[in-house]
Design a protein around this ligand. Structure first.
Ligand SMILES: Cc1ncc(C[n+]2csc(CCOP(=O)(O)OP(=O)(O)O)c2C)c(N)n1
Ligand SMILES: O=C1C[C@@H](O)[C@H](O)[C@@H](O)C1=O
Ligand SMILES: [Mg+2]
Length: 639
């Protein structure tokens, strides 16, 4: 057996360079690069290996481990999981910072390779700096926290374990049905330990993503079910995008006259203006999709996990039967569906081939529903603040709006700003989002004119993904404009990778909607009988001892200017237009700090969201919210 003597870390880098993906006959290098934040737990092991010979790996410097791992996840999501990034952190806090991103990647089924440094395998210096030392179990470290949020987890305590660890890591990273975060913990001493690795371990490896074919029996079940239905409705999720199945979905829909609604992960898989595309569906859906979903007698879920947002907590579909096409057996079995376990494209094409001359019974309903939503959309675009103004989210803070208008110096409404932006950005620009009120507004309102231009992390809805995610998307699509759509809360939570975008010369545009608060949570609490509590950004008031003092007005443009970002302060529509036009001319990252009035985001359209509520309270409004929940629950499926 031919061997090469290398350290564990050197062998890891060499191995990563030799991994390829093959999908539909096309080959591509699988691991594009690696984000790093070095500390004592990784700099002299993996850091040394990367300095000596990174091979083709591009080495990036992150700012916050969660941020860099979010960027890595966004890169892989935008690449439809055909190419990924790795991330290396130090031991302890650096590693812990990546746990949130691991969870986000796993919830969204997006492959990311995480390589946290770990405490000494020999234990000689214990406790090494940043070692927790759990007295009940010396074998565990911070990195065990990744076990619950990773699809594969391993710790390499001897150099030769690297081989089985990495082969399994690649098995999971390339598994269409069950991918997510993969964590390989690397004790700092082992990273530098040498071993005679077999040459064969470093040979080029091609990981083929096969299109899983459905069984003939499951196709027959699906055909039988569809044939007796008059009003089926398709819902497509991220699986359609990752399987590159959009053309097959459109053909299926057109051939059988079946409308389709989009999930957050699926949106922009097909252009919004397709006559059968109803747009966003569910809690954050629009009136067209939700009305037809209620009337449908069959829901066909393609590549969707059927989250509570998609199903409106299992209340949206009335008594419709459910058919699923999903490469994952787990997700295919949701809602007790008739299931076709298959790749989205393969499944749709197999069913289409057997469905004969089936046509749904829809007549004008699809067009009418779309037209109804279009007029509502026009209304949302046109909402302006004025005398006796009633915001979209009415009855909560109506009387406080003049105070916000003065503090933020704005009369802008969120829906009108979003509409204007949608018309101004290039058709092929990519919008990135994750949390707050924007994902709801965008799933309803955003018109995707080009495929794969809507990038929303809504499996974990992790605040702070927006800007890091935009960097990852820009690395995946360097020739397009990328817009991070963020609330002020998300911006404050994490925007460190904005600096990395400047360092790399990868321009991103941050569109910051500042309503001085955790707006959507304020809506949620007030809709459910609470007062406004801990969600507006107000100073502590010495008189009451509460956070009910003046509204905090923060000049985000000024702060970002200090980083070297080109910034704009926007308080009027004219300023918005000027800022967007000028930002397109820039080569550095930009930030448009838009002050918007709270409560001017969209509300829900005929959908319900099941949230945990107080069963007892002295407040009548809480009691009534609880009763309302109970009534709604009766109308929902139990499982
Ligand atoms: C990391 C993380 N922490 C907490 C939450 C819960 N959460 C969801 S939205 C939100 C407030 C978002 O505020 P902002 O970004 O300003 O958006 P707005 O709702 O005001 O538009 C919070 C705290 C979350 N989704 N992610
Ligand atoms: O709790 C939440 C409520 C949603 O409205 C919001 O979009 C999401 O970010 C969240 O975490
Ligand atoms: Mg906010």
């Amino acid at each position: 057996m031919k061997t090469i003597q290398m350290t564990t870390a050197q062998a890891l880098v060499k191995f990563l360079n030799e991994q390829y993906i093959e999908f539909d006959g096309k080959q591509e290098r699988f691991i594009k690069g690696i984000f790093t934040i070095f500390g004592h737990g990784n700099v002299l092991g993996l850091g040394q290996a990367l300095e000596e010979n990174p091979g083709e790996l591009e080495v990036y410097q992150g700012r916050n481990e969660q941020g860099m791992a979010n960027a890595a996840m966004a890169f892989a999501k935008q690449k439809h999981r055909k190419q990924i990034m790795a991330c290396t952190s130090s031991v302890g806090p650096g590693a812990a910072n990546m746990v949130t991103s691991a969870a986000a990647a796993t919830a969204n089924n997006i492959p990311v390779l995480l390589l946290p440094g770990d405490v000494f395998a020999t234990r000689q210096p214990d406790p090494v700096l940043q070692q927790i030392e759990q007295t009940h179990d010396l074998s565990i470290s911070t990195n065990d926290a990744f076990r619950t949020v990773s699809k594969y987890w391993d710790r390499v305590t001897r150099p030769e374990q690297l081989m089985s660890a990495m082969l399994n890591a690649l098995r999971v990273l390339t598994n269409a049905a069950d991918t997510g975060a993969v964590t390989i913990a690397l004790p700092q001493d082992v990273q530098g330990e040498a071993w005679d690795f077999p040459q064969s371990f470093f040979e080029k490896r091609i990981h083929r993503i096969d299109r899983r074919l459905p069984s003939a029996e499951s196709v027959q079940d699906a055909v039988k079910l569809i044939q007796v239905k008059k009003k089926p409705l398709l819902i497509f999720g991220g699986g359609v995008r990752y399987s590159e199945a959009a053309d097959s979905l459109v053909k299926f829909a057109e051939t059988f006259n079946i409308p389709f609604g989009e999930t957050q992960a699926g949106k922009s898989g097909v252009e919004s203006n397709h006559p059968l595309n109803l747009g966003g569906i569910g809690v954050t859906g629009n009136s067209a999709a939700n009305t037809l979903a209620k009337e449908a007698d069959l829901i066909i879920g393609v590549g969707t996990r059927f989250t509570d947002f998609t199903t409106a907590s299992k209340q949206l579909f009335g008594k419709a039967d459910v058919l699923t096409i999903n490469v994952s057996e787990f997700h295919a079995a949701k809602l007790d569906a008739v299931k076709v376990v298959a790749d989205a494209k393969a499944g749709l094409e197999a069913i289409a081939a057997k469905l004969g001359d089936y046509r749904s019974a829809y007549e004008n309903e699809i067009e009418d529903a779309k037209q109804g939503w279009q007029s509502e959309l026009n209304r949302l675009y046109g909402i302006t603040y004025g005398d006796r103004f009633t915001p979209e989210i009415a009855g909560h803070l109506d009387e406080k709006l003049p105070e916000y208008k003065k503090a933020l110096g704005t009369e802008l409404t969120q829906t009108s700003v979003l509409g204007a932006l949608n018309e101004m950005v290039a058709d092929n620009a990519i919008v990135v989002g994750a949390a707050g009120s924007l994902p709801g507004d965008m799933q309803r309102m955003w018109i995707s004119r080009t495929r794969n231009t809507y990038h929303m992390e809504y499996g974990y809805s992790c605040m702070g993904y927006e800007i890091a995610g935009a960097l990852g998307v820009k690395l995946a699509e360097p020739d397009r404009e990328v817009y991070a759509m963020t609330g002020d809360g998300s911006y404050l939570m994490l925007h460190s990778e904005l600096v990395t975008s400047l360092q790399e010369g990868k321009k991103i545009n941050v569109v910051l909607f500042d309503n001085s608060g955790f707006g959507c949570i304020n809506n949620l609490q007030m809709e459910n009988g609470m007062g406004s509590f801990g969600t507006e950004f107000r100073k502590r008031n010495p008189e009451t001892g509460k956070m009910d003092g003046p509204v905090m007005a923060i000049d985000y443009a000024k702060v970002a200017e200090g980083y070297g970002v080109k910034t704009y302060s926007v308080r009027t529509m004219d300023e918005l237009h000027a800022a967007v036009i000028d930002s397109k001319k820039q080569t550095v990252s930009t930030l448009i700090d838009i002050k918007v009035l709270p409560k001017t985001m969209t509300h829900g359209y005929d959908s319900w969201w099941h949230v945990g509520l107080a069963q007892v309270s002295e407040k009548e409004s809480i009691k009534s919210a609880f009763e309302n929940k109970e009534t709604n629950l009766e109308k929902a499926r139990a499982y």
